[in-house]
Design a protein around this ligand. Structure first.
Ligand SMILES: Cc1cc2nc3c(=O)[nH]c(=O)nc-3n(C[C@H](O)[C@H](O)[C@H](O)COP(=O)(O)OP(=O)(O)OC[C@H]3O[C@@H](n4cnc5c(N)ncnc54)[C@H](O)[C@@H]3O)c2cc1C
Length: 487
């Protein structure tokens, strides 16, 4: 049995470890923290003792590999999919995006034409842009073409002219209102940056995957248990297959000799060895673990110094009474971008009018809030809530906590895609995963799981146990299948 070490217990490391264990390898996973889940994890609230997620995480039904990972662990029922996606506008009117019986990609059209926050000119401009996104994809957009296997390690062959999403939308007749009320809210949440700072290829790919390919792809999956509960089974899962999860034990150094890792040093000073290593570390930490000479020697690593990061801020608010009856809502025209009613996790606890409400508020690309103290952020979030739900004006704030994640995701800047490496590194026994690697997806949980599966596949090939782990994208349906030539 081959011995492998996985470094990092975020979704990429866990997915890679589970896939390798399923294939019969003996896996030891080292995680620096005392909990699993990395950037998508839960912590114990200091004032209440309850498990709180660092930030509300959602997935879409088109996240095939993430759903597969949950299914392997038997926790797929911890996610509930919503087929209605509500928006609340500046006048507090609710509009809902939902599917109709029309064939894909027209399935969302009836609800789209009913949106109260866009005028007819805006809607026509959105339709025009979407048709162009479909043509662009049919013509073979650039992003993700290098995803998976060895291809991810090569430079792109054709010239990729980086264009921002903002410029792409303007050059495709998007109205100011459609940009402000539709494109920005959707893309800032999916890609965690402003439209000026998003590569148009990423923006187009996101819209096509989520809204135009598949009838259910747009559905929003909400965890109904703390995120930590979704990964808890990993420990038993690996142990039952001969592996181990070692928490609170980070790697501090990787020793490299003649393009092979010879050993890794742990934070307690001991060294460990294996036949192969899967790094699922954030890119800046991976660079610190490697000898400087190796980073300087290979573009594969050196390029990572040019990847930037973008922040997300979560505000958790507990109020003394019910204030909203939606499970979640996208917010237009305020600082807060999404409100998640955590009541969905425990309907009984909050069903009476005497019960309180726990709301999770999210702001992506939250550069402004990174400099603000907690109290200012909480005050601003409450002002937004009061302007949306009148009941908040009378409500008493029981407690609140702000979680700022300064390095939430890599920044999807125009032209950054070629900097994302594939799973096969120039160090022959080191395989690399992380949401920032070449997965064809923006920095999401799906990207992290894809990267773990890709690395596992690459490692299994080297051990002469080739097998397919990565699931393909959800299939195109309806007219879209004909347009794309997928039969
Ligand atoms: C606030 C926030 C909100 C988000 N919202 C969403 C969302 O709604 N939907 C979505 O799909 N995605 C969302 N994301 C992105 C998603 O969380 C990430 O894409 C995903 O979790 C990344 O997983 P990963 O395994 O690649 O990296 P990480 O989660 O960063 O995992 C890396 C792991 O390595 C460990 N580690 C670090 N150093 C060492 C060391 N020296 N030795 C051993 N271990 C080490 C870390 O502790 C960590 O556990 C959000 C991210 C944030 C921060």
């Amino acid at each position: 049995m081959n011995d492998v070490i996985v470094i990092g217990g975020g979704l990429a490391g866990l997915a890679g470890a589970v896939a390798l264990a399923d294939a019969g390898l003996k896996v030891t996973l080292y995680e620096r923290r005392t909990i699993l889940g990395g950037r998508a994890s839960s912590f114990v609230h200091p004032a209440g003792g309850e498990l709180v997620d660092n930030c509300q995480h959602v997935l879409l039904r088109c996240c095939a590999n993430l759903i597969d990972f949950y299914t392997r662990l038997g926790v797929e029922n911890g996610i509930v999919f919503q087929d209605r996606v509500p928006f609340i506008d500046e006048a507090n009117r609710i509009s809902v995006i939902q599917s109709s019986p029309l064939p894909v990609p027209l399935h969302l059209l009836p609800s789209f034409f009913r949106l109260k926050f866009l005028g007819w000119k805006d809607k026509l401009s959105v339709s025009y842009a979407m048709v162009h996104m479909i043509w662009h994809t049919r013509a073979g957009g650039q992003v993700g073409k290098r995803a998976g296997g060895q291809e991810g390690n090569k430079a792109p062959t054709s010239a990729h002219l980086p264009l921002s999403m903002q410029n792409w939308l303007k050059s495709h007749r998007a109205t100011e209102r459609s940009i402000e009320a539709l494109w920005r809210p959707i893309l800032i949440s999916a890609l965690n940056d402003e439209l000026d700072d998003i590569d148009a290829e990423y923006g187009i790919m996101t819209i096509v995957k989520a809204f135009l390919s598949n009838r259910q792809g747009y559905q929003v999956g909400l965890p109904v248990v703390p995120l930590g509960d979704l990964y808890a089974p990993c420990i038993d899962y690996l142990e039952q297959r001969g592996g181990r999860v070692i928490l609170d034990q980070g790697i501090t150094e990787m020793a490299v000799d003649n393009t092979r890792i010879t050993r890794m040093t742990l934070q307690d000073g001991t060294t460990v060895q294996a036949d192969a290593y899967l790094s699922a570390l954030p890119f800046d930490i991976l660079l610190k673990m490697l000898p400087d000479t190796e980073v300087a020697r290979w573009d594969y690593f050196n390029n990572l110094q040019r990847l930037d990061v973008s922040p997300i801020t979560a505000v958790h608010v507990w109020l003394d009474r019910p204030v909203m009856d939606l499970d979640f809502v996208a917010v237009l025209g305020r600082t807060i971008q999404w409100i998640f009613n955590q009541t969905i996790r425990d309907p009984d606890a909050f069903s009476s009018t005497e019960s309180g409400t726990y709301l999770g508020l999210v702001v992506s690309a939250s550069n402004e809030w990174m400099k603000q103290p907690q109290q200012v952020i909480i005050q601003q979030a409450l002002e937004d809530l009061k302007s949306i739900f009148p009941a908040v004006q009378e409500a008493k704030l029981l407690k609140a906590i702000v979680v700022k994640e300064g390095r939430a995701t890599f920044a999807p800047e125009p032209g950054c895609d070629p900097l994302r490496p594939g799973p096969v590194s120039p160090i022959s026994n080191l395989f690399v995963a992380g949401d920032w690697t070449q997965t064809g997806w923006p920095a999401t949980m799906e990207s992290a799981v894809r990267s773990g599966y890709q690395s596992a596949e690459a490692m299994l090939s080297v051990f002469d146990k080739p097998q397919k782990v990565l699931l393909p994208e959800v299939p195109m349906e309806g007219i879209m299948k004909l347009v794309m030539g997928h039969f």
